[in-house]
Design a binder for this molecule. Structure first.
Ligand code: GDP
Length: 362
């Protein structure tokens, strides 16, 4: 093709014809393009039939920060709600190294011996874990992850504790609708997440270790107070004696606590997750707990309290994010913060001005 600038009047200037562009897109990439989002009806149908792919996709929507995903997820949850609730929700906590993964692996297989299904979820707001870690979690629970009845999902990635916990709470609904009649929610027993887990489970299991110095190691009184069962792991080999000693110490410490609202007296047991000693006993305790609280009405009462709690939690969360995500508010916050730090405005009048501006909007 001749180029207009090759006209004779532009002597001395030749424009060469260009080289054909290679296809700019790797043709193989197309194959990886994301599938279109399934409809709410397809997701709900799939979940209720126990389709793991649909369940995973719905959980991904729950975890998404995109508002349109959030909206679809909420509809799916709403429609799954009538199919949910029929499960045992068990929270499992312990400091890193206490043996949570090892124990969940064997507890999980124990639970699945009688059939049924188990979902293992986690709350870990400190984690920067991303998609890749799904593999990490699967290798952490090696045997369980190969079981067809198990669904293992890592913690939603880092965010505010409230946000991460809400996502896990919503995922429970989806899993139950998909027929998972056992739900484990794991948390790293070092901080605030325990309160969040406690507010979404029926039974709260605290995994402890013996012989790491002060027996009531770093575990806050509040966490012990929440526990329905304390289990001392690694009661094997030379560690059996120290584990039994720790058991006695925990038992006497529990005597000092006020009676529980459920009327259940928390028990303290020893076991070994690694050598699979005492697993049936731990599970026997949990079975007895469920029989006890279903019989005295506490089971239903607690679930209702939790539903109410999550309503207010969700409102709190939405209000906060609506406020903090407003660009004008963000700008004003930065300004006023500087004034407050420079001692030119009081914290209270700064807060008052910002809130007044916020409430006057719209
Ligand atoms: P997590 O951080 O709480 O999930 O703990 P892990 O399950 O990863 O266990 C931490 C370490 O303790 C690993 O090296 C395990 O092999 C070991 N471990 C776990 N359970 C037991 C047990 O019952 N006995 C012994 N001796 N070691 C255990």
């Amino acid at each position: 093709m001749t180029h207009p600038e090759n006209d004779e009047k532009y002597i001395g200037l030749t424009v060469n014809s260009g080289v054909a562009q290679p296809p700019s897109v790797n043709p193989y990439l197309k194959r990886h393009r994301r599938k279109p989002l399934p409809s709410v009806a397809d997701l709900v149908d799939g979940i209720v039939k126990g389709d793991v792919t649909m369940l995973s996709r719905a959980v991904t929507l729950v975890e998404s920060i995109q508002p349109d995903h959030y909206a679809i997820a909420q509809e799916v949850i709403e429609k799954c709600l009538p199919h949910s609730g029929n499960s045992r929700r068990i929270g499992i906590t312990g400091v890193p190294g206490a043996g949570k993964s090892t124990s969940i692996d064997v507890f999980g297989l124990h639970v699945l011996r009688d059939g049924g299904k188990l979902a293992v979820l986690a709350i870990d707001p400190s984690s920067e874990r991303t998609r890749g870690s799904i593999l990490g979690d699967k290798t952490r629970m090696e045997k369980l992850s190969q079981h067809p009845g198990a669904f293992i999902r890592p913690s939603p990635s880092a965010g505010s504790l409230g946000g991460v916990a809400r996502k896990t709470r919503e995922t429970i609904v989806l899993c139950e609708a998909a027929g998972y009649n056992n739900i484990f929610v794991e948390t790293v027993g070092v901080g605030q997440s325990e309160t969040a887990v406690h507010s979404m489970v029926d039974f709260f299991l605290l995994i402890q270790l013996a012989g790491t110095g002060d027996e009531l190691q770093g575990i806050k009184r509040g966490i012990m107070e929440m526990a329905d069962g304390i289990v001392i792991n690694k009661a094997d080999g030379d560690n059996i004696g120290p584990a039994q000693l720790a058991q006695a110490q925990f038992k006497s410490a529990l005597h000092l606590f006020p009676p529980t609202e459920s009327g259940w007296s928390p028990e303290v047991l020893t076991y070994s997750g690694y050598y699979e000693i005492g697993i049936a006993e731990v599970w026997n305790m949990i079975d007895r707990y469920f029989a006890f609280v279903k019989n005295n009405g506490y089971f239903d009462r607690k679930r209702m309290q939790q539903a109410r709690y999550w309503m207010y939690e969700t409102i709190d969360n939405r209000l906060r994010s609506h406020f903090y995500n407003d660009p004008q508010i963000a700008e004003m916050l930065a300004d006023r913060e500087n004034l407050v730090l420079a001692n030119r405005q009081s914290s209270f009048t700064a807060a008052r001005d910002i809130l007044q501006f916020y409430f006057s909007k719209k």
